[in-house]
Design a protein around this ligand. Structure first.
Ligand SMILES: Cc1cc2nc3c(=O)[nH]c(=O)nc-3n(C[C@H](O)[C@H](O)[C@H](O)COP(=O)(O)O)c2cc1C
Length: 189
């Protein structure tokens, strides 16, 4: 079951824009992050939530979408995320987040998929513009944004081919393909 959930837990970038996500759902997802591993158990991550269309509209233009899809500027109006979790580093708690933010974010995404939702970690963020737009205090570094919604796209996993190309791509039916390296190719001994 965990394997199925992880296989389904792809990066989704097109959503049903008319399917809202409640604040309770966002809190439930962040609670999974709260319960996840943290280096020395310092727990320096904090979260800012958005599920309000006006706040979402401030966040969306500050995000970079699917850098390998050169002809695609990101989801059109109507297919945009309906919620965001902004992952913050509280510098007053610890000087670094280590890898906590990756673990926490995967917990959030797995929880989303279990609920029939999906999302995408976005590290391509205009951080200072986002800080200004949402009045995020200086004590927090903006690590990344998790975009969430009800996925409106099919994403499939392929095997990386002999040419070694790992770039994701979209086919003529707009199915999103994600090449993953073979298990044999990532075991070094
Ligand atoms: C740390 C991190 C940063 C990412 N930043 C972005 C981003 O800025 N924009 C984007 O569209 N996708 C971003 N992604 C999503 C990756 O492109 C995606 O994970 C990768 O293509 C593999 O697809 P999969 O998540 O379906 O396995 C990011 C993923 C991670 C883990």
């Amino acid at each position: 079951m965990l394997r199925d959930l992880i296989r389904k837990c792809r990066s989704f970038r097109r959503f049903y824009g008319d399917v809202p996500i409640s604040r309770e759902t966002l809190l439930d997802l962040v609670d999974l992050a709260r319960l996840s591993a943290s280096g020395a158990n310092r727990q320096p991550l904090k979260y800012m939530l958005s599920n309000d269309p006006q706040k979402n509209a401030l966040i969306f233009p500050l995000l970079g979408w699917a850098g390998y899809l050169k002809d695609w500027p990101g989801p059109v109006d109507g297919e945009r995320p309906t919620a965001y979790v902004i992952v913050l580093h509280d510098k007053e708690i610890a000087p670094s987040t280590g890898c906590d933010h990756g673990i926490a974010s995967q917990s959030i995404l797995l929880g989303a998929v279990e609920k029939g939702l999906g999302g995408c970690i976005i590290a391509s963020v205009k951080r200072e513009e986002l800080r200004a737009a949402l009045a995020i205090p200086e004590r927090y570094d903006i690590i990344h944004v998790i975009a969430l919604g009800k996925p409106k796209e099919q994403v499939v996993i392929d095997e990386v081919g002999p040419d070694g190309d790992i770039k994701y791509w979209r086919d003529a039916a707009a199915v999103h393909h994600v090449p993953k390296r073979r298990l044999d190719d990532i075991i070094v001994g």
